[in-house]
Design a protein around this ligand. Structure first.
Ligand code: APR
Length: 232
């Protein structure tokens, strides 16, 4: 018999308990740093050094954190279910926890690419997290090397793939995202009608909770155990 298919949409909240700050919570990154200066193509053109410093620090920090219980449970669920993870996160904690199908909508800190043609597969490379990307470093096409990240205003090239998988879901689960950034947040509308849908988030989701979703009001580490109980 076919395994039931669980599709997860995850955001910064699932990595918060691993020590990576979210973006919009009270201690969130965008409260401290200017997103338009540090995470946009205009910002990179205006001050590439500041953008590289910002991402080099986040890349290095990834070596100092570990997947948490929530990441690990999503990987373990592959024993009983078909599991697909569509994530907005640029960290590699899902893969390090052992998850085998992870679609990164907003890029990956562990990779670099070209400033001229960032989506050309030949230009996208794994890059050691403790090696800073420097001004003057060249991509395969000779252009300035840049982080393989989808910055504000840039095309989210993995949306079609993500929509495809969300439409296959038998169970759909959203974990740790404020659902304010599009097109990612729009994925909730592609989950088939009538299937079980859950959202794990410690904050009130009034006015945000999509229709037909059951809100598990908890942090990811506690919430994932409550979710798994729902399945059994
Ligand atoms: N467990 C689960 N959820 C949590 C936890 C936790 N421990 N801590 C916070 N949250 C929730 C918050 O309540 C909030 O709803 O996680 C969500 C984090 O929201 P954001 O900071 O907006 O992060 P995210 O939704 O992933 O941001 C989307 O915006 O800045 C861009 O490209 C960036 O991918 C990112 C996108």
């Amino acid at each position: 018999m076919n395994k039931r298919h669980i599709v997860f949409l995850t955001g910064a909240g699932i990595s918060a308990e691993s020590g990576i700050p979210t973006f919009r919570d009270s201690n969130g990154m965008w409260g401290k740093y200017d997103a338009m200066k540090l995470a946009s193509i205009e910002g990179f053109r205006e001050n590439p050094q500041a953008v590289l410093d910002f991402y080099n620090a986040r890349r290095k920090n990834l070596l100092e954190v570990e997947p948490n219980h929530a990441h690990r449970v999503l990987a373990e669920l592959e024993n009983e279910y078909e599991v697909t993870i569509v994530t907005q996160n640029v960290d590699n904690l899902h893969e390090r926890a052992g998850s085998s199908r992870v679609i990164h909508l907003h890029g990956e800190l562990s990779k670099v690419t070209s400033s001229r043609n960032k989506l050309l597969p030949d230009n996208i490379k794994e890059y050691p997290l403790d090696v800073p990307i420097r001004l003057g470093d060249k991509a395969a096409d000779g252009s300035q090397l840049r982080p393989y990240i989808v910055w504000f205003g840039e095309y989210v090239d993995k949306m079609d793939e993500a929509e495809y998988w969300v439409k296959q879901a038998d169970i759909f689960v959203v974990i740790g995202t404020s659902l304010v950034v599009y097109p990612a947040a729009g994925l909730v509308d592609y989950a088939p009608k009538g299937i079980p849908k859950y959202l794990i988030d410690p904050n009130e989701m009034e006015g945000v909770l999509p229709l037909g979703f059951q809100h598990i009001k908890a942090k990811a580490v506690e919430g994932i155990d409550r979710l798994v109980k729902e399945f059994s």
